[in-house]
Design a protein around this ligand. Structure first.
Ligand code: UDP
Length: 325
């Protein structure tokens, strides 16, 4: 079965392509390469195109008899979304609507959507459940929540079968080191800590150490990117036999890790200490985001295989490989 993967050249999308291929599907990537990397498309055909290009999307769907779509193509930096929300509304909302309206003209109704824990904002309780009220506190979270709502309406009216996967913090790299994280600019904590630790050129900034958490730094639920990828394949299998509708799952491990704990984990793997400085809080950052992931376990048998130690190990080994390319 052929699956259209938008944003398949991106970090999570490329790992999903690998998981799809390993499960016997053919991932057909479309990516405009505004953020993705051509080299990370290794597991199926590639088309450099924008999701708003209706003609191109229709021709790919026809050529490959596409049966399902995994939609990763989006911008995903909290800080950038606060500074330049227009980018986020244009790409994540207008782009996704264009894609859905194109699909509406075809028979393709199976749709796996990349959503985020950023849709919860500052949650009323931890661990976050799928039923926890979604009140985003940054434009990135708003754009993803708006699209979840649109997908519910499209499912009801046009028969789409949607699984929305709300990612917690994607981290780590493919254990075979074929692909991994390579953002430009990089804003994510783990690659920045690794860069500072290995290169020792610039210190990493702890963005706020005065949060109401045990060590004062933000707590996140880091999930290995290959575990996220695996969840997409399981979700796709579930969708195949599902009735039209919309359902969302948190992809999380139930383990919360603070910024300082991430830094210690990197230090203990490399045996050297990361140069640090403390800065102000980053606007749009909730203090704690963590969830059990129990619903995904219960309803489609998803179990994360990788713990924090392996997340850090694969991220560091990938970083070394990327640096030596
Ligand atoms: N963070 C930090 N310094 C950095 C980058 C991130 O202290 O240079 C913190 C950030 O404030 C957040 C956590 O690390 O609490 C994870 O941030 P990241 O950007 O990796 O992921 P996000 O949670 O925004 O998706």
């Amino acid at each position: 079965m052929n699956v259209l993967v938008t944003g398949g050249a991106g970090y999570i999308g490329s790992h999903a392509c690998k998981a799809l291929k390993e499960a016997g599907f053919t991932p057909v990537t479309i990516d405009n390469l505004s953020r993705g990397n051509r080299w990370s498309v290794k597991y199926g055909p590639f088309y450099k195109a924008d999701i708003r290009d209706e003609k191109k999307v229709l021709s790919i769907i026809k050529k490959y008899s596409v049966k399902a779509v995994m939609h990763f193509a989006a911008y995903a930096y909290v800080g950038e979304s606060v500074k330049d929300p227009a980018l986020y509304y244009e790409n994540n909302v207008v782009g996704t609507l264009a894609l859905l309206n194109t699909l509406k003209k075809t028979k393709v109704r199976q749709f796996v959507f990349s959503s985020t824990c950023a849709t919860y904002g500052v949650p009323e309780s931890i661990p976050i459940e799928e039923s926890t009220p979604q009140k985003p506190i940054n434009p990135y979270g708003h754009t993803k929540l708006i699209m979840e709502q649109a997908l519910k309406d499209y499912a009801a009216a046009y028969g789409f079968k949607v699984i929305s996967l709300r990612y917690f913090n994607a981290a780590g790299a493919d254990p075979d080191l074929e692909i991994g994280e390579a953002h430009l600019p990089e804003t994510h904590l783990i690659p920045l800590v690794i860069e500072a630790n290995l290169k020792r050129k610039k210190p990493v900034t702890i963005m706020g150490d005065d949060y109401q958490t045990a060590d004062g730094t933000c707590i996140r639920d880091y999930v290995h990117v290959s575990d996220l990828a695996k969840a997409h394949v399981l979700a796709l299998k579930k969708i195949k036999t599902a009735e039209p509708g919309f359902i969302a799952y948190n992809l999380a491990t139930g383990v919360g890790t603070s910024v300082k704990e991430i830094i210690s984990a990197v230090d203990s793997y490399t045996g050297r200490s990361t140069p640090l400085q403390t800065g102000p809080r980053r606007p749009g950052d909730p203090p704690t985001l963590m969830a059990s992931g129990n619903l995904a376990r219960k309803e489609f048998g998803w179990h994360p295989d990788f713990a924090l130690k392996e997340i850090i190990a694969t991220a560091i080994e990938w970083h070394k490989k990327l640096g030596s390319k």
